[in-house]
Design a protein around this ligand. Structure first.
Ligand SMILES: NC(=O)c1ccc[n+]([C@@H]2O[C@H](COP(=O)([O-])OP(=O)(O)OC[C@H]3O[C@@H](n4cnc5c(N)ncnc54)[C@H](O)[C@@H]3O)[C@@H](O)[C@H]2O)c1
Length: 348
C-alpha cells in the first residue's frame, strides 16, 4: 500500500492492508453518501478534497493507492503519468461515463480504471417525467404566481396525458423505467432503439424513429450520445413532430441541436420542453455561476414560459448516491483484494 511523502499530511496514518483513496471534486453530498457506506468497508479510508483532478492536482495523490474522479475530471495523459509515478494504479470513476479519462494512456501505464455502469435508472426516469409535467403543466410558473399572490390561471393550460402517446427513444435501463412510468399514466408507448428490449414487449410498440416522432405527444430521449447520433434531434426531426409535442431530454445535450429546438419552441411545434442536459453544460455543471454574465442558448431556453431546465440533476437522489458509493467502494475492495472484477465496471 502507498506511503505518504514525508511531511505531506500530518495525520496520514496507514493501517496495514488499508487502501487509501484520494477523493477529488468533493461536494457535501458526496462526502455524506460515501461516509455512510464506508462503515461496510473497514479496509478502505478516504481523504476528501474539493479540487478536481487535473495534471496539477494529481500531485496531491502521492501516497495514495487510488484516486476517485467524476464526470468533469481531467484525467488526461499528463495526470495519469503523475499518478503512475506515485504508484497509484487504480482510478475510480464515480459515474457511468469515462470520457474524462485517457483510457489508452491508462492502459499503457498499467492503471486500472473502474466505473459505476448503472445506478437507480428510475431516478433519471422519474426526473424526466417531472420535467414533462413541470413544463406542460407550468408548475414552476404557477408556484411563482401563487408566491406573488397572483391566482390567475391564464397561461397555465396544460394537457391530460392519459390516453395520449409517449415516444421513448432508447429503451435500455433508464428508457425502460420511463416506459413503465408513462404506461402508469395510461399512455400508449412507442419505443425506438437499435435493439429491442424483450422485457418491454407486452406494452411497448417498437417503431422507426420517424414514426415515433410523427405519432408521439410526449417524446423523451434515453439513448447515449455517439458521433453517429450527434444532433439526432435537428430541424428535420423537429419538423416531423406533432404540433404541441412535449419534448424531454435527460440523456445528453449533444443529441439535440439547441438552435433547432429554440426554433421549434418559437414556431410552437414544441409545446413544452423539459431539459436536464444541454450542449453548453460542460462549463456550468455543478458550479454556482450566478454572478457570471453569460450569453447562451440555454438562457434563451430558460426565457420561454413553456420550458423548464435543470442542470444535470436527474440522477441526484439519495438512493442513486448510495448506489454510486456502494459500487465505487466495492470496486475498490475487489481490486485491492485481487478478486475478479465485474466486467461491466472495468473500463481498462
Ligand atoms: N441526466 C442524468 O443525470 C443522467 C444520468 C445517467 C445517465 N444519463 C444518460 O441516459 C442515457 C441512457 O442511460 P442507460 O443507463 O439507460 O443506458 P443503457 O445502456 O441501459 O441504454 C441505452 C439504450 O440506448 C440504445 N441506443 C444506443 N444508440 C441508440 C440510438 N442511436 N438510438 C436509439 N437508441 C439507441 C441502446 O441500444 C440501449 O438500449 C445515457 O446517455 C446516459 O448518459 C443521464
Amino acid at each position: 500500500m502507498g506511503k505518504p511523502a514525508e511531511g505531506q499530511f500530518e495525520e496520514f496514518e496507514t493501517k496495514e492492508n488499508e487502501m487509501k483513496i484520494l477523493f477529488y471534486d468533493t461536494r457535501d453530498y458526496d462526502k455524506d453518501s460515501f461516509e455512510e457506506q464506508l462503515k461496510d468497508f473497514p479496509d478502505i479510508s478516504i481523504d476528501f478534497i474539493e479540487a478536481d483532478i487535473n495534471p496539477m492536482t494529481a500531485t496531491l495523490a502521492n501516497g495514495y493507492d487510488a484516486v476517485c474522479g467524476f464526470v468533469n475530471s481531467k484525467i488526461n495523459a499528463f495526470a495519469l503519468e503523475i499518478l503512475a509515478g506515485f504508484g497509484v494504479n487504480l482510478v475510480l470513476m464515480r459515474c457511468a461515463g469515462f470520457d474524462a479519462v485517457n483510457v489508452n494512456v491508462a492502459k499503457d501505464l498499467g492503471i486500472t480504471v473502474m466505473r459505476v455502469p448503472g445506478y437507480s435508472p428510475e431516478a433519471i426516469a422519474e426526473h424526466a417525467m417531472g420535467l414533462a409535467l413541470a413544463s406542460d403543466r407550468h408548475i414552476v410558473k404557477g408556484f411563482n404566481r401563487v408566491r406573488e399572490n397572483d391566482f390567475e390561471l391564464s397561461g397555465l393550460l396544460g394537457h391530460t396525458l392519459f390516453g395520449k402517446t409517449a415516444g421513448i427513444v432508447g429503451t435500455g435501463k433508464i428508457g425502460a423505467a420511463m416506459c413503465k412510468i408513462v404506461r402508469g399514466f395510461g399512455m400508449e408507448v412507442l419505443g425506438y432503439d437499435v435493439y429491442q428490449n424483450p422485457d418491454l414487449k407486452d406494452y411497448v410498440t417498437y417503431v422507426e424513429l420517424d414514426e415515433l416522432l410523427e405519432r408521439s405527444d410526449l417524446i423523451s430521449l434515453h439513448c447515449p450520445l455517439f458521433d453517429s447520433n450527434y444532433h439526432m434531434i435537428d430541424a428535420k426531426a423537429i419538423d416531423k413532430m406533432k404540433k404541441g409535442v412535449i419534448f424531454v431530454n435527460t440523456a445528453r445535450g449533444g443529441l439535440v441541436d439547441t438552435e433547432a429546438l429554440i426554433d421549434g419552441i418559437r414556431t410552437q411545434k414544441i409545446g413544452a420542453c423539459g431539459i436536464d442536459v444541454y450542449e453548453e453544460e460542460g462549463a456550468n455543471v455543478f458550479r454556482n455561476r450566478s454572478s457570471a454574465i453569460m450569453e447562451s442558448v440555454t438562457s434563451t431556453l430558460c426565457a420561454f414560459p413553456n420550458c423548464v431546465v435543470t442542470s444535470h440533476q436527474a440522477f441526484f437522489t439519495k438512493e442513486a448516491l448510495a448506489a454510486i458509493a456502494q459500487t465505487t467502494l466495492s470496486n475498490a475492495q475487489a481490486f485491492t483484494k485481487g478478486e475478479e472484477l465485474p466486467k461491466a465496471n472495468v473500463v481498462c
